[in-house]
Design a protein around this ligand. Structure first.
Ligand code: F6R
Length: 613
């Protein structure tokens, strides 16, 4: 979603801001802009353009055409007002002296706009953000300095926001504000940064701190001072980011998505190997007491999108391992559904970004009801990680492609490890059964490498079926959960209509859609239900549909007798098969999108980190 970068230092700001924004392109956006203070002219120069960042960069000669050493930049993902030059950020006040970049939504902007208009303030855009620029200026009418005016403005605005503010009257500082939308501060030599995402500033500094909700920061060339909502100074912990810059670059691959699919065996090694020792699971810094675990009545998993699909697999596996009820809810539903959650419920929150607003809101609702929160998160220091009682990181490294791949796989792995750990505490699974799963866990990265080696085979199937307009994913049990993810992958990057069904539901309506030309991707990795999968394939074939099937190597020949094509994955413990089965589905979606000429890493209308409701 929207991205923010800010810089104050001794270098020219514009090239640096544009470079930072280019690192945020993956988040999804539709327009971009920068505001830079020119010492010579004594004013802010604001440049904005609808469309890709390269349009703005072209207009500004890569930034060389803009003079000044302090500024803010933004990539916008439209919420209030269509993508246009006017609606792009930075938004400026009437005098042009205050420029604001904003992520999130100002919920009471209508009321504030009416108030400002009644005071004679003209509006130049349809955005909610513009009210902030005007309001800050309004609060300076009595001569207040920028910090005081921003503080007053914060008392009036409601909603979720990360703000970067620059004033021509105070050009030796940048103001940053955070509420419910991430903002990171970067500490350099003689310079300071702000960014919505650490990747934007990683090449300039690795020393960062994470702003907390309600905090305001003043950035100068000499350092950064943070304040809480009462404007009392707060000391921020400075963390060192250890992500390699190369991890956020394509490294010779055509697309980040393909690179990240290929990185999965390594990501699995990082997520799993340090957590298995002497045939047992060890979860680092695990602080939930054993008595508390034994007192649990149920587990409630909360997540959105692919992370929710991980939860769906988790429900099957955790219930098997723990024999207590496991419910899975979408973050966007949980927050409004009066869930049965209390001190005897462990709420497991799953999120790659750690910033998804609906998931975050669900977390807070669960906490309000007395539940403890354990989160499975990829981005270190993200909001969800910081608001949880217990965090298990997935250690997948930066995921840049909008469509998640390696984060999905590592989330699955960590959720399974959590299940095994809880099963040990609860005594709900025999030690040898746990060891059997753990043994198989260790062989997964190598098996996944074999799956990925078969990419040409999957590319071949994609070439056969890439022009189908509608695809159905069917499967039972864990295969149904895996089908949901396969279907999402295909539709989000290739724009092919696809749906996932529990195979048993075919007869209850969906089968009416099966006719010659329909493509069904039948998942048959759940071997105890193999015969059922075979019958469903026959049903589809006999109505003229094509069936591309996924099963394990041991049953591939049998399936090939019926299906139109078969993709085989190595055999493994049944609970772990989705960890191998996801990759062929990711590759299939990737190749179909490639053959259809889609913008794979930045699919239309989508954002990597969904920080609005
Ligand atoms: C799909 C995808 C999304 C995310 C969802 C949740 O490929 O990436 O469906 O899974 O937006 O995001 P996180 O996991 O960051 O909370």
């Amino acid at each position: 979603m929207c991205g923010i970068v800010g810089y104050i230092g001794k270098e020219q700001a514009a090239p640096l801001l544009l470079e930072g924004l280019s690192r945020l392109e993956y988040r999804g956006y539709d327009s971009a802009g920068v505001a830079v203070y020119s010492q010579r002219e004594g004013r802010l120069n604001v440049h904005k353009a609808k469309g890709r960042l390269k349009i703005l960069s072209g207009l500004l000669g890569g930034g060389d055409a803009v003079e000044g050493t302090v500024g803010v930049g933004h990539t916008r993902w439209a919420t209030h007002g269509a993508p246009s030059d006017e609606n792009s950020h930075p938004q400026v006040s009437r005098s042009g002296k205050i420029a604001v970049v904003h992520n999130g939504i100002i919920e009471n902007y209508g009321e504030l706009k009416a108030f400002l208009q009644s005071q004679g303030v003209p509006f130049a855009s349809e955005t909610d953000t513009e009210v902030v620029a005007h309001l800050v200026e309004y609060f300076q009418q009595d001569g207040a300095d920028i910090l005081t005016a921003v503080g007053r403005c914060l008392h009036r605005i409601e909603g979720a926001y990360a703000l970067g503010i620059i004033s021509a009257d105070a050009p030796d500082q940048l103001i940053a504000v955070r509420k419910d939308s991430p903002l990171i501060l970067g500490y350099g030599e003689g310079c300071s940064f702000l960014a919505s995402d650490v990747t934007a500033i990683l090449q300039y500094t690795r020393r960062v701190s994470y702003m907390d909700d309600g905090e305001l920061a003043v950035l100068t060339r000499d350092g950064i001072q943070c304040y809480n909502h009462l404007m009392q100074p707060v000391e921020k912990e400075i963390c060192a980011v250890d992500w390699e810059i190369g991890a956020a670059e394509k490294g010779g691959y055509e697309h980040f998505m393909f690179k990240e699919i290929m990185e999965q065996p390594e990501a699995l090694r990082r997520a799993v190997f340090p957590r298995i020792r002497d045939g047992e699971v060890f979860l680092e810094d695990f602080s939930l007491p054993e008595d508390y675990i034994r007192s649990l009545r149920n587990i409630h998993i909360v997540a959105c999108g692919s992370s929710y699909h991980v939860g769906m697999v988790g429900k099957y596996n955790l219930e098997k391992m723990l024999r207590i009820p496991v419910e899975v809810s979408l973050g966007s539903e949980f927050r409004y559904m009066d869930p049965i959650v209390d001190g005897k419920t462990l709420v497991v929150v799953i999120s790659q970004s750690g910033e998804t607003l609906d998931t975050m809101a669900a977390l807070r609702e669960a906490r309000r009801r007395g539940a403890k929160i354990l989160s499975i998160v990829n981005v270190v220091g993200s909001s969800i990680a910081r608001e949880s009682d217990q965090v298990l990181y997935t250690w997948a490294g930066p995921e840049i492609a909008v469509a998640t791949t390696k984060a999905y796989t590592t989330q699955l792995a960590v959720l399974n490890l959590l299940g095994l750990y809880l099963a040990k505490v609860l005594g709900s699974m025999a030690a040898e059964d746990r060891r059997e799963v753990l043994k198989d866990f260790l062989s997964l990265p190598e098996k996944l490498e074999r799956v990925l080696e078969n990419k040409d085979g999957i590319q071949y199937f994609a070439s056969q079926y890439f022009n189908r307009d509608s695809v159905f994913y069917i499967g039972r049990n864990i295969d149904y959960a895996l089908g949901l993810e396969g279907s999402l992958k295909l539709k989000e990057i290739s724009y092919v209509h696809s749906e996932a069904y529990a195979s048993g539901e075919l007869k209850h309506g969906t089968i009416s859609l099966i006719e010659p030309g329909a493509l069904v991707i039948a998942l048959g990795t759940c071997l105890r239900l193999f015969d059922k999968a075979m019958s469903n394939i026959v049903e589809v074939k006999s109505r003229g549909g094509d069936v591309l099937a996924l099963t394990t190597e041991s049953r591939a020949d049998e399936m090939a007798k019926t299906a139109s094509g078969v993709i085989a994955i190595p055999d493994a413990h049944p609970m772990l098969l989705p960890l191998l089965g996801a990759a062929p589905l990711q590759l299939y979606a990737y190749y179909v999108a490639l053959m259809r000429g889609c913008d794979i890493d930045k699919p239309r209308n989508l954002a990597k980190s969904v920080t609005v409701e």
